[in-house]
Design a protein around this ligand. Structure first.
Ligand code: SF4
Length: 217
């Protein structure tokens, strides 16, 4: 692949997750992922068309906002991601990247973009390795999606590992499906109390509350 990216969709919405919730954003969803998580809510990411960096920039410009969120699929699989990020930074875009933490991150991304990195629990089918956790050193935010089948002990095991690698990143514990039930809130509270020196927060997907669980929002 030369100067091309395989893209599933480009769309405008309001960020629904994390500390940037509410921010008008252009989302670029890249095609393809090296995992196949059990709870993946974007399995349609496999479809896609080819775009050059310049074509993507032209698509982004149509929406007249300066925030771009690169997601997937797994964005780090795109060979030329560095080139696209460079172009966006030159044009003064604020860029966030979501990654599943299984692929090394170019150092440039750590200081030029906001990095949201996933830690996978057993219920995903692909629990994160120690190497994956080490990569999270670069993270601004960590997300751990949990289901009823994941134990507190496993979450705490990862938090213990993260504690050795994190500086100030926020850690979101997000129930699968993104719509917390009271028992999920209790669980996050119980775990957060064990790690008072980490910034542990309940994760949820605001966009699903507002628009329901559908594509392109
Ligand atoms: S890493 Fe993300 S995009 Fe890939 S399969 Fe898992 S949930 Fe889906």
């Amino acid at each position: 692949m030369k100067d091309e990216f395989k893209v599933n969709e480009v769309y405008f919405s309001v960020q629904g997750e994390g500390c940037n919730a509410g921010r008008p954003t252009v989302f670029i969803r890249f095609s393809g992922c090296n995992l196949s998580c059990y709870y993946c809510d974007t399995k349609y990411h496999k479809e896609g068309s080819l775009f050059t960096a310049k074509q993507l920039l032209n698509e982004i410009k149509k929406f007249k906002v300066k925030t771009v969120y690169l997601t997937g699929g797994e964005p780090m699989l795109q060979e030329n991601l560095l080139k696209l990020v460079n172009l966006l930074k030159k044009k003064n875009y604020w860029v966030e990247i979501q990654t599943n933490s299984t692929i090394n991150i170019p150092p440039y991304f750590a200081y030029s973009t906001e990095l949201l990195m996933d830690i996978k629990l057993t219920s995903s089918g692909y629990p994160s390795s120690k190497e994956d956790v080490k990569r999270c050193r670069e993270a601004d935010k960590i997300n751990m999606v949990f289901s009823d089948e994941d134990t507190d002990a496993e979450i705490c095991k990862y938090l213990n590992l993260l504690e050795k690698n994190l500086s100030f990143a926020r850690v979101y514990l997000t129930p699968a499906g993104g719509m917390p039930k009271p028992k999920d809130v209790e669980r996050v509270k119980r775990i957060a109390e064990k790690f008072p020196h980490l910034s542990i927060l309940l994760g949820f997907q605001l966009q699903k509350y507002i628009w329901g669980d559908k594509r392109g929002v």
